[in-house]
Design a protein around this ligand. Structure first.
Ligand SMILES: Cc1ncc(COP(=O)(O)O)c(C=O)c1O
Length: 406
């Protein structure tokens, strides 16, 4: 029994009332600490991935007009989203040969939320999901928030990126794996699974009764011919969920709209949709104005994508020139996406990617990400954002090449 106001601790502040799943360390990493310590002008930043702050042109008038239509004031709660919005997503997917009917499309507020929905749909606390390594670091949080753990399979670079099939089998045989995630193009490797690799993954998923989740948020940004790309939406023999969203497709992460396209054997698809509908109905998280605006926003997206693709190609070409032989920096050519991985000479002592990132910040006023943020193994890797304005990117890779040649 509490006797005075001073000694009273509200229940929500007692340490033992927090969940284990939110017990992450929030200690900043060395690079963040080095950034916080420095004063003066910000460094030349090759890590920025926010498209709305990358100096890209948007058709602002038409986007604003679409968002302020009269219908935006009406609320029609629909677990999977408004029919016209789902039809627009279906048409946009079909335009790229990824045919999924509107009834099999569910809108979510973001791809991250889509992962949350799918982890709830397929896993119970204690279960697991297989994910590629390297890949982007949010997965640890998204999975743990649902009580799931991760089983990693490896992508290996031998001239090109390829799936390590043994490690995929190993990951899938971990206890409790309920889903296998593929990301194409992957962030940050920019790798896309070959058709035979996706078929291999789908075959294993079918054999083991595991669902395939294919994150295709960067699909519209190829850096090579897409002739051999295969979407999970075209895989018939296992239950699959293909993810996409406005954040990358239209460079509009602030609009908070993404989708899950469900494909596979009819019975499984129906069961999945029935269950997913209950999950989505519990949140009803996608705002009406953006759903009303979606057909127009999707119609505007190809022009934005063309502008951004041009930038990505320009930056990739600049990196190719800066790191041409005999540069000790080598470029791990991406097949698509917004990022570029480079291999740099190993430094003695601590994690080499981090040592490189710290040295570049301190000596060259250049900010890059070390590969270990993305689960790279072994040698020293750095990750650069191809979204960077071209003049800045060219200067950044020039500084990196000069430091490496030093
Ligand atoms: C591969 C991949 N999927 C999903 C996301 C998250 O997208 P959203 O903004 O839709 O949550 C990211 C974010 O960078 C990503 O890199």
């Amino acid at each position: 029994m509490t006797t005075s106001e001073e000694s009273y601790t509200p229940p929500s502040l007692r340490p033992n009332s927090f969940s284990r799943r939110t017990g992450w360390s929030n200690r900043p990493n060395e690079l963040s600490r080095a950034l916080a310590r420095r004063g003066g002008a910000p460094p030349l930043d090759l890590t920025a991935t926010n498209p709305t702050e990358a100096g890209l042109a948007y058709d602002g008038d038409r986007i604003r007009a679409a968002l302020s239509s009269g219908a935006a004031l009406r609320y029609r709660p629909e677990p999977f989203g408004l029919p016209a919005a789902r039809a627009a997503v279906s048409a946009s997917l079909a335009a790229q040969g990824r045919a999924v009917p509107p009834e099999r499309i569910a809108l979510t507020a973001s791809t991250s939320e889509a992962y949350g929905f799918l982890f709830k749909l397929m896993g119970d606390p204690g279960d697991a999901a297989a994910i590629p390594a390297p890949s982007y670091p949010l997965f640890d949080y998204l999975a743990e928030l649902e009580g799931l753990s991760l089983a990693r399979y490896r992508l290996v670079h031998e001239g090109d990126w390829r799936l390590d099939r043994d490690s995929f089998d190993e990951a899938l045989s971990q206890p409790g794996v309920r889903a296998a995630i593929a990301i194409q193009p992957n962030n940050p490797t920019g790798s896309v699974l070959g058709e035979d690799e996706l078929d291999f993954i789908a075959g294993r998923c079918r054999e083991r009764g595991v669902a395939l989740v294919s994150d295709e948020v960067f699909w519209e940004y190829p850096l090579e011919s897409t002739a051999r790309w295969k979407s999970a939406a075209s895989v018939a023999d296992c239950l699959s969920f293909t993810l996409g969203g406005l954040s990358k497709l239209a460079g509009l992460p602030q609009l908070k709209l993404a989708w899950i396209a469900v494909a596979g054997p009819d019975g499984l698809v129906d069961e999945a949709l029935g269950r997913l509908e209950l999950v989505a109905d519990s949140y009803l998280s996608v705002a009406s104005p953006v759903q009303e605006a979606l057909p127009e926003i999707l119609a505007l997206a190809p022009a934005f994508q063309a502008r951004l693709r041009e930038r990505l190609s320009l930056n990739l070409a600049a990196a190719g020139r800066a790191f041409a032989p005999p540069s000790p920096v080598s470029l791990l050519r991406p097949q698509g996406g917004w990022s570029l991985v480079v291999r740099v000479p190993r430094l003695a002592g601590r994690e080499s990617g981090e040592a490189w990132a710290l040295a570049l910040l301190e000596r060259d006023d250049l900010l890059v990400q070390p590969g270990y943020f993305y689960d790279f193994e072994g040698e020293a890797y750095l990750v650069l954002s191809l979204l960077t304005p071209p003049e800045l990117f060219a200067e950044g890779v020039r500084r990196l090449a000069a430091r490496a040649a030093d």
